[in-house]
Design a protein around this ligand. Sequence first.
Ligand SMILES: CCCCCCCCCCCCCC(=O)SCCNC(=O)CCNC(=O)[C@H](O)C(C)(C)COP(=O)(O)OP(=O)(O)OC[C@H]1O[C@@H](n2cnc3c(N)ncnc32)[C@H](O)[C@@H]1OP(=O)(O)O
Length: 227
Amino acid sequence: MSEQTGADAARNVSADREISADGAGDDYEHHGGFPVYEPVKAGPNYGTFVETFRRLQDLMVSTHAPDDVIDRAIEQTEALVELLAPYEVPEGRSPAGFNVELPGRGSALLLPWKIEKFGEDGVRERGMFRRYHLGGNGAAHGGTLPLLFDDLFGMVIHANGRPIARTGYLHVNYRKITPIETELVVDGWVDRVEGRKAYCKAELRDLDGNLLADSEALMIQLLPGQQ
Ligand SMILES: CCCCCCCCCCCCCC(=O)SCCNC(=O)CCNC(=O)[C@H](O)C(C)(C)COP(=O)(O)OP(=O)(O)OC[C@H]1O[C@@H](n2cnc3c(N)ncnc32)[C@H](O)[C@@H]1OP(=O)(O)O
């Protein structure tokens, strides 16, 4: 039997609790006032598209090019904007963020980490902070860690079988410098539940097991109709 990957597990969990266009198979009231999302499948080259964009983001913050090169970069970027603009769609209609097999689920906003484990007992992701995420002196920008944790907690809630929740608070303890361009692992889980309130925890470690940062968040289940 082939081994199930984290992405397979995430896809299966989502399919089990399928949120179909008519809401069948899911008591959609439990997801507050969220619109009904149908996962938008990425085409075969979408991952390459996002990765190329991420490489560009890395170069944006790590180059010092001459003015004529910047002028050419503007021209080429404007051409890219012109190419893509006609295909702009409303929230929930782009593949960005829906494709669990891609780093950051295919969203350029999210950290390009891959889901390794996705279950009721927690979610694990593996990846790197890149040059784009640099704060100073080789460390990831402190603001990028809450992004990693917040998105992880969203997935932890989903994997735990709970309805959509919003973050009430998110606390981060920065225990050690988090290096960029170094493979790291983050684990998140539901620690305890009190009615609508799910208290979640997470730990970010290097591959030697050193704890770099940990986080606790209160994820609050939305009321019917709540945005
Ligand atoms: C496979 C594919 C997977 C895809 C997965 C998707 C991943 C997506 C990932 C994206 C994930 C991104 C997720 C995001 O980033 S969500 C974006 C960031 N969060 C927000 O914008 C939330 C803004 N805030 C609100 O909307 C409201 O305040 C909410 C809805 C949160 C609560 O307002 P509401 O009026 O409904 O409730 P309440 O005020 O009666 O509070 C209820 C209870 O909670 C307690 N309380 C509240 N706040 C705090 C606090 N700060 N510390 C301690 N306690 C707090 C409160 O005392 C009360 O307790 P109790 O008296 O009942 O005991």
